[in-house]
Design a protein around this ligand. Sequence first.
Ligand code: SF4
Ligand code: SF4
Length: 124
Amino acid sequence: MKKTKLNKAFKCQACGECCKVDGYIHVTKGDIKNIATYMKLSIETFRDKYVLWVKAVGRVLPGGVRSSCIFFEKGKCAIYKARPVQCRTFPYWDMIKKDKKEWKYAKTYCPGCTDLKELYLEAK
Ligand code: SF4
Ligand code: SF4
């Protein structure tokens, strides 16, 4: 793969479309701790209530697949300050970097992506 750098021109327009798109919302152990703390819940309570284990996928939040994320409320993320790494780093995902089809797909729902030709630029 050619050397690339991020196209920093990407600007999130806070439309919330990525919270409604069909797909798993992965949570790391660190995400679980952060969100539980943010919600003033114990890690165990948060895990019991909000974390699912999906075979071959891992830990995910409920919703996401064929529905909006469970934390998408009134057009906004209810846990924005503690949102998972996956949400913080979109659209700069390896999956999108490696697969042009994924980039094309992101452009179908994310207006911030539509504004850009490429998400990664060739490094000089
Ligand atoms: S779909 Fe794109 S522009 Fe809209 S909130 Fe998500 S990242 Fe931001
Ligand atoms: S956690 Fe927040 S930012 Fe992430 S998908 Fe859910 S509502 Fe959107």
